[in-house]
Design a protein around this ligand. Structure first.
Ligand code: AMP
Length: 418
C-alpha cells in the first residue's frame, strides 16, 4: 500500500522549504523592528475556546473545525486560527500584569476543513500579530503597516489594503436592525446562503460573493455610516494615520470578515496576483475578546496572514528564489583510507563554517564528480592514495574547470581565499 498526504495538506519539500525559511526570516525581522515578541502555542485546544471566541455561527466554527473527542472524552480542536490561543495564553499566564501593552506574533500551521482549491488548504500556515492593552488607533494602523512591511521586505509591491469599521457593542445592534430590515425587503431574491445569514449573521450578507446578492444589496445601509461618535472618531484617526504614513488604502463598507470578534477596525489585504482566493491577510480590533475569554477587559487588535498565498504571490513575481544552500566543497574519494580522511576532514571544515559534502555510496570517481556537479558544489577535491601520501591534492573549480594544487592541511585557507 502506498500512503499519500491527506487531501488539502501539502508537503513542503527541499527547494521550497528554503523559500519558506527566507519568508520566516523576513517575518521575524519585521516583527522585531516593531518590537513584537514571538509566542508559540499548542496546535490543539479545548473546543470551547474557539466556539467562544470565533463565534458559534461563523463558518469556521459551524462547519470547518477539526474537532474530536480524545481518549479522556474531552472535546479537542485543531486550531483554525491563532488569535484565540494567543489570548488564552496571555490570560492564563497573566502576561498583562507584567506590562500594560503586550505585542505578540506567531507563525504556524492552522487547520480548517474547507473545500481544497488553489490557495485554500486544510492545513495551511499563518503568521500574525496581536497587540493587547491599548485602544489607540495607532495600533490598528500599525497592524496594517506590519503586514505590509513584511510584503515589502520580500519585494512584493502589488497589493490593496481595504479598511472598514464594524462598530462596537453600542452602535452595532441598532445598525444590525436597520440592516435586517433592509435585507428583509429583498429576502426572497437573495441566494439561499444569504437568506440563512439574515437571521444568524446579517453582516456577512454584505460580503456575499454572489453577484446577484451584491446587486440586490447595493443600497442597504452600511455600518461605517452608522457608527457611534467614538467609533467614528477612531475610524477617522486610523485613516489619518494611514494617510500620514503614505499608505494607500480603500474604504470598503462591505468588509466584515468571517470572525465574530471584531470591533471597530476591520481590514483585509488582497493581491491581484491571486485568483478567486485573493485575500493575503486580514485583521482588526477586538476590544471585547479578552474579557469574553475570561480575562480582564483589555482592548486588542491583530491580524493574520496566509503563508501559502504569500508563496503563490512570490513565485508569480519571480521572487521565490532560493537562498544559496550549495556546498562550497565536495570531497571525492578513491579507496578506504581516502574515504576515512574525507569523513574527518569534512567535519573539521564544517565546524569552521564551510558547507562540505562527501560520498557515502562508494561511487566511482566519475559518478562522484557527476554528483558534485548535480549539487552545484563550487569546488571539488579528489583524494586517493597518492594525494594522501603527498599531503596535497587538486582543488577543482567546478564552474571553470580550473585546477589548483592545495596542501591538505591548508584547505580551509584555500577555500577562504579562492
Ligand atoms: P482568516 O484567519 O480567515 O482571517 O484568514 C487570514 C488569512 O489566512 C487569509 O487572508 C488567507 O491568506 C489565509 N487563509 C485563511 N484560510 C486559509 C486556507 N484554508 N488555506 C490557505 N490560506 C488560508
Amino acid at each position: 500500500m502506498k500512503f499519500k498526504s491527506i487531501k488539502g495538506t501539502k508537503d513542503i519539500l527541499p527547494g521550497e522549504a528554503e523559500v519558506w525559511q527566507r519568508v520566516e526570516e523576513s517575518i521575524r525581522h519585521v516583527m522585531s523592528l516593531f518590537n513584537y515578541r514571538e509566542i508559540r502555542t499548542p496546535v490543539f485546544e479545548q473546543t470551547s475556546l474557539f466556539s467562544r471566541s470565533i463565534g458559534e455561527l461563523t463558518d469556521i466554527v459551524s462547519k470547518e473545525m477539526y474537532t474530536f473527542t480524545d481518549r479522556s472524552e474531552e472535546s479537542i480542536t485543531l486550531r483554525p486560527e491563532g488569535t484565540a490561543s494567543a489570548l488564552r495564553a496571555y490570560i492564563q499566564h497573566n502576561v498583562g500584569e507584567q506590562s500594560a501593552l503586550t505585542k505578540l506574533y506567531y507563525i504556524g500551521p492552522m487547520f480548517r476543513q474547507e473545500r481544497p482549491q488553489a490557495g485554500r488548504l486544510r492545513q495551511f500556515h499563518q503568521f500574525g500579530a496581536e497587540a493587547l492593552g491599548s485602544s489607540s488607533p495607532q495600533l490598528d494602523a500599525e497592524m496594517m503597516l506590519v503586514a505590509l512591511a513584511v510584503y515589502r521586505d520580500l519585494g512584493i509591491e502589488e497589493f490593496a489594503l481595504n479598511v472598514n469599521s464594524v462598530g462596537c457593542r453600542t452602535c452595532r445592534p441598532p445598525y444590525k436592525e436597520l440592516l435586517v430590515n433592509a435585507l428583509n425587503n429583498v429576502r426572497d431574491k437573495l441566494s439561499p446562503e444569504s437568506q440563512a445569514r439574515i437571521g444568524q449573521n446579517p453582516l456577512r450578507v454584505l460580503d456575499s460573493k454572489d453577484d446577484h446578492d451584491r446587486e440586490l444589496t447595493r443600497n442597504v445601509p452600511l455600518m461605517k455610516d452608522h457608527l457611534c461618535p467614538e467609533c467614528a472618531d477612531h475610524f477617522k484617526e486610523v485613516q489619518a494615520l494611514l494617510q500620514s504614513s503614505g499608505t494607500p488604502f480603500h474604504i470598503d463598507g462591505r468588509l466584515v470578515r468571517g470572525l465574530d470578534y471584531y470591533t471597530k477596525t476591520a481590514f483585509e489585504i488582497t493581491s491581484t496576483a491571486l485568483g478567486s482566493q485573493d485575500a493575503l491577510a486580514g485583521g482588526g480590533r477586538y476590544d471585547i475578546l479578552v474579557e469574553e475569554l475570561g480575562g480582564k477587559p483589555t482592548p486588542g487588535v491583530g491580524f493574520a496572514a496566509g503563508m501559502e498565498r504569500l508563496m503563490m504571490v512570490l513565485s508569480k513575481a519571480g521572487k521565490a528564489g532560493m537562498p544559496d544552500v550549495r556546498p562550497v566543497l565536495f570531497i571525492a574519494t578513491n579507496g578506504a583510507a581516502a574515504q576515512q580522511w574525507a569523513f574527518t576532514t569534512a567535519n573539521a571544515l564544517r565546524s569552521k563554517g564551510f558547507r562540505v559534502e562527501i560520498d557515502y555510496l562508494q561511487r566511482s570517481l566519475k559518478a562522484q564528480m557527476r554528483e558534485a556537479n548535480r549539487m552545484e558544489a563550487r569546488y571539488a577535491l579528489v583524494i586517493g592514495e597518492t594525494e594522501l601520501q603527498a599531503r596535497s591534492a587538486k582543488l577543482k573549480n567546478m564552474q571553470t574547470g580550473d585546477e589548483e594544487g592545495v596542501a591538505l592541511d591548508q584547505i580551509d585557507r584555500a577555500l577562504t581565499t579562492l
